[in-house]
Design a protein around this ligand. Sequence first.
Ligand code: ATP
Ligand code: MG
Length: 576
Amino acid sequence: MGSSEADNNVRPAEKSLDFIRTIIGEDLKANKNDGRVATRFPPEPNGYLHIGHAKSICLNFGIAAEYGGTCNLRYDDTNPTKEEVEYVESIQEDVHWLGFDWGDRRFFASDYFERLYQYAIELIRAGKAYVDSLSAEEIRAYRGTLTEPGKDSPYRGRSVEKNLDLFQRMREGEFPDGAHVLRARIDMQSPNLNMRDPTIYRIRHASHHRTGDTWCIYPMYDFTHGLSDAIEGITHSICTLEFEDHRPLYDWFLDNLDVPCHPRQIEFARLNLNYTVMSKRKLLELVADGIVRGWDDPRMPTICGLRRRGYTPESIRSFCDRIGVAKKENVIDVALLEHAIREDLNRRARRVMCVLRPLRLVIDNYSEPGVEELEAVNNPEDPTAGTRKIPFSRELYIEHEDFSEQPPPKYHRLAPGRTVRLRYSYLITCTGLVKNERGEVTEVHCSYHPDSLNPQAADVPKAKATVHWVSAPHAVGIEARLYERLFSVEDPGAQPEGKNWKAHINPDSLVVLPGCRCEPSLAAAKLGDLFQFERLGYFCMDPDSTPAAPVFNRTVTLKDAWARIQKAHQAPQPGR
Ligand code: ATP
Ligand code: MG
């Protein structure tokens, strides 16, 4: 593709470009890489993807789409002991679900093991790699520190022949784990620790999820990553900031080997969210310790957890778009993620009525056995969503907290003698109540105002509140699961070495309400349907549901903390 053609694909000028897109635009103008743009998303299949990965996915696949380029899905699978097929499959499912497609461009670093081995030989032949027989501990001690230079290993001067011989025997399985490593011969005095003769191969007698027992030596990440990029013809290798200090090494391998191209590594700030931990190691610990019910627990920041919670791919993409890409570490308020899903669901979710903590309400002046069908709006934000009929009868359920025997100041909902509007229905006035032996209110009695459906009716009382309800004999029983943030502190990872991070689990992060009552239309709900339970929040069906016992997750409440924060501070968008 010529650069002029590529230019046509560049995002419209009015959208301000982030620094990565600016670099790519300049490279295209200079006709670098013959005007090609090729990115990749390179997960290590050692866990499930999280919202941080979503940022990287949106960035890499997004750039490819905007510039008419390609984006590879590449598994960085060089660590046989931590990687599993389960993770490989979940990653694909999640990338697809987010709305991206790698077409036939799915690759595995393990497919390059033979080529990588040959590259290592090339380095040895050029005197640029050697087999070291120091122990791991000795290698660490010889490496020096940030303030002290390293020391040459006594094996650094091994001859090319000796190195070739040993490396081949390493491959053939002659030595136990840790007996030798292959190291790049760079500079033990370098101020950059990554350049002090980094290990590029180690012995691991372990089965790999794809190559089985073919190999007992495995290439290290830094060696593998850049070479895989070059093998695939990647033009822009976008990664997170912690790799900035590795860039000289990335470039060194490409400069010292006969590779098909030299991709450009660009680093950006990873996504950090408050009230959230985001390392796969910690997420795995939450799962392994049973603190959550699995990788897809709706409290997890994993893609599958967010999906189960009711997040839509659109909302996650819009969130990633909004946070943008920056060169400096920052922490994003999780309220912004919640804002993004609210915004999406507000447009799309069908409104229904459900009572989470039911209180029986009897309308004494409603003639038995009358049932009426009242009309309710499915989505006020979407005129095409239409209306539905909901049954009204003498016995209803309302929310326990919508009744107060002794209403505190500013409480405008139902109380003895008070009138409220039933959503899509009549005005009712409370005439009495029933208590159990513990003194708890178990039933409320009301009378209704037959004229109050007519907005023009003159002689009806005034109501200061509208409450939701369901008809008791028609109600569908469900279990609702309400979620709060998993951590009760903003930065659970901040403790020294992150040691105490699990001490800050929020004990109320999951509340299960088994006895909820919903309007009958919910009986037809399917997995994937999106609902707003009026006044309570957005909900979706959970895969734990059975026809007899449906379960619904609350995705998010209706209170938009982000909109409030923004209004208070007139804050600019973060990350830009
Ligand atoms: P973690 O630190 O969560 O274990 P990782 O970096 O080890 O993540 P990889 O599988 O190596 O996980 O990540 C695949 C890609 O996703 C990498 O390019 C990485 O830079 C990117 N990535 C990982 N975490 C984030 C994040 N929080 N924000 C943005 N990109 C991320
Ligand atoms: Mg990584």
